[in-house]
Design a protein. Sequence first.
Length: 175
Amino acid sequence: MPKAWYAVHTIAGHENKVKDVLTRRAIVEGVWDLDIFQILIPTEQELQTRNGKRYLRDKKVFPGYILVQMSLTDDTYKLVKSTSGVTGFVQSGNKPVPLEEYEVSRIMTNLEASKEAPKVSWAKGDAIRVVEGPFSDFSGKIEEVSPDKEKLKVLINIFGRDTPVELEFSQVEKL
């Protein structure tokens, strides 16, 4: 049976636990590297600011799903399906559907790009609160994001008027 990538639905927030348990069970059953080859939880790094501090956070690209590279046999199907935290395969009818090769390569390419340049968690229209600087404790809406300069153009209501103010990522937090 040829190996392919399959999307496996898990309980949201339990992806890492399911990966560990499934890996352990596959090793014990003797199918690791024979029928089950790789388990992947696609994540991307996201730059966030909280309480004036910047940090990188791994954000799951597909919450509630893991990708398993395997040869689909009755034994591997039952092993994956009976793993604690797994709710099922992405399937058509009663048969799991493998991911297309171009889909997998696009996911892998996006994951590599995310490691090189972290995604910015700010977007136009997001409601924010200023946490430091002369406009501290003011709230506003993001009008423009400049990830290369790490600056935001924010509309803040001052004296009844929306005033555009340029702030650094570290000076604001999401509401």
